[in-house]
Design a protein around this ligand. Structure first.
Ligand SMILES: Cc1ncc(C[n+]2csc(CCOP(=O)(O)OP(=O)(O)O)c2C)c(N)n1
Ligand SMILES: CC(=O)[C@@H](O)[C@H](O)COP(=O)(O)O
Ligand SMILES: [Mg+2]
Length: 626
């Protein structure tokens, strides 16, 4: 019988002899590889954290001791040993278990995650909460080296060191973010513990002390006795000790016996402790070890070869068209720069990074900094393009308002993954950007209906002397022919794609395609629907809206974003202010968080597919006629 089948909770894990744990670790790896090969998922990070997971659950009293996984994409082993091994086959499947820790999924998921660098803040909050209620249980926050590049992590360290929270932070250092980790911290972490020069330096220093006449040997002995402080001075401990943390490590995060020993030793320390653990991303599956970036978040693949299953032929992704377009534009415009917050591949900037090394900036997981950094570049006459997923841009709201838009700096926000993203679920769907960007003065906001229009919008954005945002979805475009010579759009002008006497489907971005299909279906029923591509969320095409509103025909607005405060709301506001009265129905995302699932299914659930739109149209017409 497989050992994993006997583990229904960490209590079962604790029954095992330590010598059985490596076998359990390899069974867990096999299970993770098997399921992600079928369902897709965050494989490399989860494989790297298997021993760490077992050691933590072996030593600590979870769920009374709280365990928080930063980002949470490495939590698959944790799910397997906390009662979810039967359900694990449903990982990221509609209705199945989430790819991230969810408080609602298990009592062992102490905090829901998905966005990075929240674990120390949340852990410190729990530590203080427990202290206030006289509960001596421990808080363990596991955070990766990539996630340690975000300012939020340091705000929490700063507070923890000062307020002496009873918190153990485990730094899971694999020298990788999704791509190789960047920044001074990353080189500091890897340089200090691996460099031979430090050892040489110490030996040389020892020889120097010994050579001092008379006192040398004594001083050398003293220096040896204070080896620990010497180490602390020359290892990453220096950084964390400055934050008032007790620092231990670095230790090999795949050596279960060492991990368990050290966790046993430090678990009783009633103060902020940082344990530095080094691991290998993709550990135990050679293709993932070799290419951890590819296997960070992977689509279904063949386990034997490690090659992704061929996906059905499709049009190029919006992301690819974005990447190619800014390379084209950069040729002609030396002021164009590109910025990513730790997602060069995901945002399609890899080619730009290679071609324009000096004009490309990966700032690490630091969305707030990315935006203000762009504002700084813009003041020097540059045209920064900040490519950030919709969901992660939420982090940088104040920077967009205060640092970019207030003074109208010409920063172009390329907002990828706008709309449903699918399997990552509610932490990652990009559904809020329209509602949160729309109230910001000076900002032009566009959404293309296809990839050809994305090119035109990028040209429009770069040509505009002010801040601009373009939101576009995850995945394949429509196959529309892309023309690099296309002209920029006239700002604030929509486009009538189809005239119709009975009602107007007024859409923005991807839903325009569904509106066109819906109009075809309605035409078969003798209903003549106009289809209008608004193109701009801001400024709205007021002339066109006046025309639509004064016709008094029913209007259906369509957007892949929250309905509250989004595109449809902006049309309603305009009609109300102009005194235009017509039956209007907004179709967008309702006022609840949307689970993970296939984007087409999620769209259907929100009424954003052609057939649902047809139904809304029929109802609206019926109501208008009554
Ligand atoms: C705020 C935010 N920005 C970007 C991401 C995308 N992202 C997810 S995991 C990851 C890399 C994290 O690296 P690390 O913490 O070192 O974990 P590892 O994958 O190496 O285990 C990134 C950039 C995110 N989840 N949250
Ligand atoms: C965990 C995380 O935040 C990223 O790995 C994210 O899942 C990437 O999403 P894409 O697959 O859309 O690039
Ligand atoms: Mg890492």
């Amino acid at each position: 019988m497989a050992l994993l089948d006997t583990i229904h909770s960490p209590a079962d894990l604790k029954q095992l002899d330590r010598s059985d744990l490596p076998r359990l670790a390899s069974e867990i790896r096999a299970k993770i590889i098997d399921v992600t090969s079928r369902n897709g998922g965050h494989l490399a990070s989860s494989l790297g954290a298997v021993e760490l997971t077992l050691a933590i659950h072996y030593v600590f009293d979870t769920p009374r001791d709280r365990l928080i996984w930063d980002v949470g994409h490495q939590s698959y082993a944790h799910k397997l040993v906390t009662g979810r091994s039967q359900a694990f086959d449903t990982l990221r499947k509609p209705g199945g278990i989430s790819g991230f820790p969810r408080i609602t999924e298990s009592i062992y998921d102490a905090f829901s995650t998905g966005h990075s660098s929240t674990s120390i803040s949340a852990g410190l909050g729990m530590a203080h909460g427990k202290k206030l209620s006289g509960d001596a249980h421990k808080i363990v926050a596991v955070i990766g080296d990539g996630s340690m590049t975000a300012g939020l992590a340091y705000e929490a360290l700063n507070h923890a060191g000062d307020s002496r929270g009873n918190l153990l932070v485990i730094l899971n250092d694999n020298d990788m973010s999704i791509s190789p980790n960047v920044g001074a911290l990353s080189s500091f972490l890897s340089r200090t513990f691996s460099a031979k020069y430090l050892q040489d330096l110490r030996a040389e220093f020892g020889r120097f002390l010994k050579s001092l006449p008379k006192i040398g040997d004594d001083v050398y002995q003293l220096a040896k006795r204070t080896e620990e402080s010497f180490k602390a001075f020359t290892t990453p401990g220096m950084l964390f000790e400055a934050f008032n943390f007790d620092y231990f490590g670095p230790i090999n995060g795949h050596r279960l016996d060492h991990l368990i020993d050290i966790l046993e030793n430090i678990k009783t320390l009633d103060e902020p402790v940082l344990l530095h653990v080094t691991t290998r991303k993709g550990m135990g599956y050679p293709p993932a070890e070799k290419n951890p970036t590819l296997f960070h978040g992977i689509a279904p693949f063949d386990i034997r070869t490690g090659i992704k299953h061929p996906s059905p032929p499709s049009a190029p992704a919006y992301t690819d068209i974005f990447g190619q377009t800014i390379c084209h534009m950069a040729e002609e415009n030396p002021a164009l720069l590109a910025i990513t917050a730790a997602m060069p591949e995901g945002t399609g900037l890899s080619a730009f990074a290679k071609q324009y090394k000096d004009r490309f900036f990966d700032v690490g997981i630091a969305e707030q900094h990315a935006v203000t950094f762009a504002a700084g570049l813009a003041t020097e006459g540059y045209r920064p393009v900040v490519a950030i997923y919709s969901t992660f841009l939420q982090r940088a709201y104040d920077q967009i308002i205060h640092d970019v838009c207030l003074d109208g700096h010409p920063v172009l926000f390329a907002i990828d993954r706008a709309g449903f993203v699918g399997d990552d679920g509610p932490t990652h769907h990009g559904l809020f950007d329209m509602a949160f960007l729309r109230p910001i003065p000076n900002l032009v906001i566009m959404a293309p209906r296809n990839e050809a229009q994305l090119v035109a919008m990028l040209k429009t954005g770069i040509g505009h002397n002010g801040p601009c945002a373009i939101r576009y979805p995850r995945g394949a475009g429509t196959g529309a022919a892309v023309n690099w010579e296309t002209e920029p759009l006239k700002i604030g002008k929509g486009e009538v794609l189809r005239n119709g006497r009975d009602l107007t489907l007024l859409a923005l971005g991807r839903p325009v395609q569904e509106a066109l299909s819906a109009a075809d279906i309605l035409a078969e029923e003798g209903i003549d629907a106009a289809v209008v591509d608004a193109r701009f969320l801001k400024p709205l095409d007021q002339d066109l809206l006046r025309e639509i509103g004064s016709s008094q025909k029913p209007v259906i607005t369509l957007e892949e974003g929250v309905a509250a405060g989004g595109f449809g709301s902006s049309v309603l506001e305009f009609f109300a202010e102009e005194g235009l009265i017509c039956p209007l129905k907004r179709v967008g995302i309702p006022d609840r968080f949307m689970a993970h699932g296939h984007p087409d299914e999620l769209r259907k659930a929100c009424g954003l597919d052609a057939h649902s739109i047809v139904q809304v149209a029929r109802n609206l017409l019926k109501k208008a006629a009554a």
